[in-house]
Ligand binder design. Structure first.
Ligand SMILES: NC(=O)c1ccc[n+]([C@@H]2O[C@H](COP(=O)([O-])OP(=O)(O)OC[C@H]3O[C@@H](n4cnc5c(N)ncnc54)[C@H](OP(=O)(O)O)[C@@H]3O)[C@@H](O)[C@H]2O)c1
Length: 369
């Protein structure tokens, strides 16, 4: 049966790879495209892949014929889809995930921020099997747990260490944008590349894993080669893992086809360059933001939403050359210190925490400039 896929964030790193996959898989059909403001690429994608609906959230001017915008676009791109790939970056992705929840539509979730800021709101959709993770670590855990009858002791997420891992600690505070965007193993969008260097991304992934695989202990280990994409440790003393090249097409394809058995080969299936596989503990001095965001995750309520908003503002300021790399952790910590957290009951509570935290973060950025 043909599966119609909505691609939200189609102009990004995950979105563009997803379009190649959909194009190559006869059982997948592109239903709709959505981006934020990159109209040029969106129009090229519309011409090449001919979706039913093409939408842009924040156009810089008039929308050309055949491209829609406005407050209802999320409903319009999602309506009629069987699977929604949410590859929007940031907390802006939560709304789309909630629409999928409300309509019982399968969500292939790359937008980890949906779970970081609003995991409570997606709990039922997770329990109903409505969320298939796209993050490579969570896709690995999902696959390792699939039909595994034995009890699980813990999950271990692997972390490459990002571009910060090879920069001397004393030089990290002032590391330049080009150095930080130069990820040693993965080719990703700008925000997640910076978040990998601070390890905010890994702390977000721990929060994401707690929601997806509730109740299981989650640990982190640094693995510079990015070949082992995480582990599951079973109570019988055995460990399971998934190995492969660092290639997001594998988890994206798995999520879009799940639970299908079709296999069109899209990723590089050449031999693995084993070299030496190394594993080590995370060095807290190198990654101070990791512990700060982990604490926000443990404190729950709207703390993770505040951490995410602070990080979005701080990363944008770093990329714009306004603050130093080391200041990212400072902004997050100060925002969290002043945050008055609320229990999460609805989308509006999350977005209010998001708005307030952005204002606080912008004020701190102005002071640090
Ligand atoms: N890249 C990876 O390898 C990777 C791996 C694991 C998880 N993820 C997760 O996947 C998500 C996307 O990451 P990415 O690296 O693909 O990011 P990216 O390259 O920066 O792309 C982000 C996409 O989101 C769109 N977008 C941003 N704000 C939007 C809004 N308000 N409404 C609609 N569309 C919006 C952007 O549109 P414009 O182009 O018009 O701005 C773009 O298409 C993130 O949550 C990230 O953590 C990514």
């Amino acid at each position: 049966m043909i599966r119609k896929v909505a691609v939200l964030g189609s102009t990004g790193s995950i979105g563009t790879q997803a379009l190649e996959i959909i194009h190559a898989c006869p059982e997948l059909e592109l239903h709709s495209l959505l981006c934020n403001r990159n109209l040029d690429l969106l129009l090229k994608q519309k011409e090449q892949y001919a979706p039913l609906v093409t939408a842009i959230a924040s156009p810089r001017g008039e929308c050309p014929d055949g491209v829609i915008t406005g407050p209802e676009i999320l409903q319009k791109v999602i309506d009629g889809a069987d699977t929604v790939l949410n590859a929007i970056v940031g907390s802006a992705g939560l709304r789309a995930s909630l629409i999928c929840r409300d309509r019982g539509i399968t969500l292939a979730l790359a937008n980890k921020e949906s779970l970081v800021v609003g995991g409570e709101l997606l709990r039922d959709h997770i329990s109903a099997g409505g969320i298939i993770p796209v993050d490579s670590e969570h896709s690995t855990i999902f696959r390792c747990l699939h039909r595994e009858p034995r009890p699980v002791r813990s999950i271990v997420l692997t972390a490459s260490g990002g571009s910060a891992r090879d920069i001397p600690v004393e030089k990290l505070q002032t590391a330049g944008v080009d150095d930080i965007l130069n990820h040693p193993t993965w080719d990703m969008g700008a925000r997640i590349t910076v978040d990998s260097a601070t390890m905010v991304n890994k702390a977000f992934e721990v929060i994401e894993a707690r929601w997806l695989f509730g109740g299981i202990q989650v640990d982190v280990v640094v693995h510079p080669q990015s070949i082992v994409h995480s582990f599951v440790r079973l109570e019988d003393g055995s460990w399971k893992a998934l190995l492969g090249k660092p290639d997001m097409k594998v988890p994206v394809q798995y999520a879009l086809q799940y639970p299908g058995r079709e296999l069109e080969l899209i990723s590089d299936d050449g031999p693995l360059d084993w070299g030496t596989l190394e594993f080590s503990e995370l060095d807290g001095r190198r990654y101070p933001a990791f512990d700060i965001v982990m604490r926000a995750g443990q404190d729950g309520k709207t703390f993770p939403a505040a951490a995410n908003a602070a990080d979005e503002v701080a990363v944008a300021a770093f990329l714009a050359g306004k603050i130093s790399f080391g200041d990212i952790a400072v902004v997050i910590e100060e925002v969290l210190t002043g945050h008055e957290a609320l229990e999460i009951s609805d989308h509006e509570t999350v977005m209010e925490a998001d708005r307030e935290s952005r204002i606080d973060a912008e004020r701190i950025v102005r002071r640090l400039c």
